[in-house]
Design a protein around this ligand. Structure first.
Ligand code: SF4
Length: 67
């Protein structure tokens, strides 16, 4: 979602009223999450779900193989 189309956007201050970040590109979303954390990224951001899934997949501990 574009911030300008969102009811939480403050056009006078030109920023999100909730203080969220809405990076347009996935690479920017990754970098934003690395610096500010995933919670800083807007719920409506197009890349948020992919980012969370990627982080969950890489941080889930795997069971050791028992053969
Ligand atoms: S960051 Fe998200 S909640 Fe904030 S104005 Fe933009 S779209 Fe809306």
């Amino acid at each position: 979602m574009y911030c300008q189309d969102c009811p939480r956007y403050d056009p006078d201050a030109r920023r999100c009223r909730d203080g969220k970040l809405n990076p347009a590109r996935y690479s920017d979303a990754v970098e934003t999450a690395n610096v500010f954390g995933v919670r800083a990224i807007c719920m409506y951001n197009d890349h948020r779900q992919r980012l969370i899934q990627t982080r969950t997949a890489t941080s889930t501990p795997t069971r050791p193989n028992r053969t």
